[in-house]
Design a protein around this ligand. Structure first.
Ligand code: ATP
Ligand code: MG
Length: 177
């Protein structure tokens, strides 16, 4: 087997596909026998299709929704609750990353948590700097900070060309959730 180098991977930009591309990567990795953990920031109790899919894949692919749901931005009325949830998610991420139980960890929507001020950028940079060398780590969400991008090995910016919402088309089951 070729030598393994754990990559820091960032999916950012204003177009659709950041989370689904990360989940696709998780699917590919799981098929190769890697252990995959997804920790979702911001996302709360809404049932996304991927939760049901992953539940059927056994213990080597796990997803944890640790957010409080939709947040309007850094001045949301419930920002304190969102901050508590995001801090707990970040702590869980730190524990799981250093446990060396996982080969691929996806921190979904963490870039929003940083840009909305729910988690300190420095704490996230600390996670990146201290991750086990063989662990692949994916961070998703718009507005990835330059410091995160600087540390990453692979950065993809999704760019919106068209989005159905702009034409008033509602979120479609199986495509958006
Ligand atoms: P997906 O989960 O479908 O891969 P995403 O992770 O790229 O999307 P997020 O920024 O996490 O997108 O946004 C969450 C929701 O916002 C998704 O339902 C997504 O379809 C929607 N969304 C993403 N990009 C746009 C856009 N340019 N305009 C409107 N809605 C968008
Ligand atoms: Mg997303």
């Amino acid at each position: 087997m070729s030598e393994r180098k754990g990559l820091i991977i960032v999916h950012t930009g204003n177009g659709k596909g950041k989370t689904t591309a990360a989940l696709g990567m998780g699917m590919r990795a799981w098929g190769q026998g890697l252990k995959v953990l997804v920790i979702q920031f911001i996302k709360g109790n809404r049932i996304y299709g991927e939760l049901k899919t992953i539940a059927r894949l056994g213990p080597d692919f796990e997803i944890r929704q640790m957010g409080e749901g939709f947040i309007k931005g850094p001045n949301d009325d419930a920002v304190a609750e969102h901050r508590r949830a995001a801090e707990a998610a970040l702590q869980a991420a730190g524990t799981e990353i250093s446990s060396e139980k996982w080969d691929l960890v996806i921190l979904d929507e963490i870039n929003y948590a940083i840009s909305y001020g729910l988690v300190p950028l420095d704490a996230v940079l600390g996670l990146l700097d201290q991750k086990p060398p063989s662990l692949h780590l994916v961070l998703t969400g718009r507005d990835a900070s330059p410091e995160v991008i600087e540390r990453a090995d692979l950065v993809t910016e999704m760019r919106e060309v068209k989005h159905p919402l702009k034409n008033g088309i509602k979120a479609q089951k199986g495509i958006e959730f």
